[in-house]
Design a protein around this ligand. Structure first.
Ligand code: SAH
Ligand code: SF4
Ligand code: F3S
Length: 470
């Protein structure tokens, strides 16, 4: 799953009343955390909390954290240091400020967070956040709570159903978690330890949530999972269904115009899923398929369980049925033992694929993962230099892809107001942000536009003919 380096505050919903408490949720990390923050907000709403985008006016601040790299975890502790001061100032005025830590740092560090940061009231894991309201009630009586133990219990069963007005206020695109956890154990990665074993949400639950989103005006759903294409569930015909089958079913929901899914593992891209790309107009031609390295030696040491050649063959098969498929990926440079030759293989695989988008990182040692104990750790300056070379190639490909869109007429899903009055920002089939002149009443429509130019992070377009609400 790709990591958004930008911290996102929960969107404002509802109007605060005089007696309501306000919660500010700060989200770090991947899309799964973005989804979880929304659901935590839902759970807290049933306790009378309304979201705020102003941290300063919040009665409760929750950090929904990420543990994927050392820096991500460090950020949490420095944010907590600032919150400690804020809490002191607040308490000195006789006011309450509660502080919660959720997400993957919470799961990984548990009690340690309470030891390091006396201002924290509640630590709650990614599988237990449905119990956040109860934990807060106990914390208010003076306890400091760590609640990260989970069994087979399904948190989604315990989260409140969301009123359609709340969903509606969140816009026309939505995430929907279908799978969580990971059994792959790549040797660099903490996710199998923070999110636990692979668990798929049952088919019926997903269809109900998708229908609810569509009823509230959502036009595009992105199915989420740490390993989304490992999703398995008993289908309505009693057979075991995979992600491909699920996509065919969801594509039947009237009004649901677009489907995406992320993140996939190359080992789980099965024929049915590739067929879905061939057959379903609703399934967008954009695939995030991390490869991490182009060197077979390093792929083996990472326990990715495929070769560079197998990855390239897979992409050829996908492009054979979907020639306009845009590829996205994740890369790690400087994994222990990576030589200049291994890195050259990574550059070569990037050249061979041609990425429309990519995320690349310096290897970060995660204590407790097998990679941490491997010999041949690469010096920081070597990692930095390799990352720079890789990123300049990826950025060049990204710019080339954007340029190749100029002159094309594409379908644009109008999503939200633009920076200029009279403009909206829409989403292309390839997940690009596109600026176009349009009216606010058109949000949610899909209109044909011609791409006329490229900017640093977005495209510019003009409407073509009359708009339609297809
Ligand atoms: N299941 C997702 C993983 C999410 S982590 C996937 O397979 O894509 C997202 C990305 O973070 C990974 O793909 C990897 O590129 C990067 N990453 C994970 N652990 C890392 C580490 N220890 N150091 C540097 N990057 C890491
Ligand atoms: Fe981490 Fe690998 Fe699982 Fe992705 S597939 S979450 S990188 S262990
Ligand atoms: Fe980070 Fe946890 Fe996501 S470690 S990337 S928030 S699964």
């Amino acid at each position: 799953m790709s990591i958004d380096p930008i911290l996102t505050a929960s969107p404002a919903e509802g109007q605060p009343g005089a007696n309501t408490r306000k919660v500010f949720i700060k989200t770090y990390g991947c899309q799964m955390n973005v989804y979880d923050s929304v659901r935590m907000g839902d759970a807290l709403a049933s306790e009378g909390y309304v979201p705020t985008e102003q941290m300063e006016e919040a009665d409760l601040i929750v950090l929904n954290t990420c543990h994927i790299r050392e820096k991500a975890a460090d950020k949490v502790y420095s944010a907590l240091g600032r919150l400690r001061e804020m809490k002191k100032a607040r308490n000195a005025q006789g006011q309450e400020l509660m502080i919660g830590v959720a997400g993957c740092v919470a799961q990984a560090e548990g009690e340690e967070i309470l030891r390091r940061e006396p201002s924290v009231d509640v630590v709650i894991g990614p599988q237990t956040y449905h119990r956040l309201p109860a934990a807060l009630r106990r914390a208010r009586l003076g306890d400091r709570i760590v609640d990260t133990d989970y069994a087979v219990e399904d948190k989604f069963e315990h989260l409140p159903a969301v009123e359609s007005t709340r969903v509606r206020s969140r816009g026309v695109t939505s995430f929907l978690t279908v799978q969580e956890g990971c059994d792959k154990f790549c040797t660099f990665c903490v996710v199998p330890y923070t999110r636990g074993a692979e668990v798929s949400r049952p088919f019926r639950q997903i269809v109900v949530e998708a229908q609810r989103l569509v009823d509230a005006g959502v036009r595009e759903i992105t199915l989420l999972g740490q390993n989304v294409n490992a999703w398995r569930s008993e289908g309505p015909d009693g057979r075991e269904w995979g992600l491909g089958d699920l996509l065919y079913k969801l594509a039947e929901i009237p009004g649901l115009a677009r489907l995406r899914y992320t993140t996939s593992h190359p080992r789980d891209m099965d024929d049915r899923l590739i067929e879905a790309h061939r057959d379903l107009r609703e399934l967008m031609p954009y695939l995030h398929l991390p490869v991490q390295s182009g060197s077979d030696r390093i792929l083996k040491a990472m326990n990715r369980r495929h070769t560079a050649e197998e990855y390239l063959r897979l992409i050829s098969r996908i492009r054979a049925v979907k020639p306009d498929m845009a590829m996205s990926g994740d890369f790690i440079v400087g994994f222990p033992g990576e030589t200049e030759q291994d890195f050259a293989d990574t550059l070569r695989i990037v050249e061979a694929v041609g990425y429309a988008q990519a995320f690349s990182f310096k290897y970060s040692t995660r204590p407790g993962t097998p990679g941490a104990d491997l010999p041949g750790h690469v010096a920081e300056d070597v990692k930095a230099e390799r990352l720079e070379r890789l990123q300049s190639l990826l950025l060049k490909q990204q710019a080339e892809f954007a340029k190749s869109c100029v002159g094309k007429v594409i379908d644009l899903l109008l999503e939200k107001p633009g920076r200029m009055p009279g403009q909206l920002i829409g989403r292309s089939p390839w997940l690009q942000s596109v600026n176009v002149d349009a009216k606010p009443s058109q949000i949610g429509d899909i209109i044909p536009v011609r791409i006329i130019g490229t900017g640093p992070n977005s495209l510019f377009a003009e409407p073509v003919g009359a708009s339609s609400a297809s």
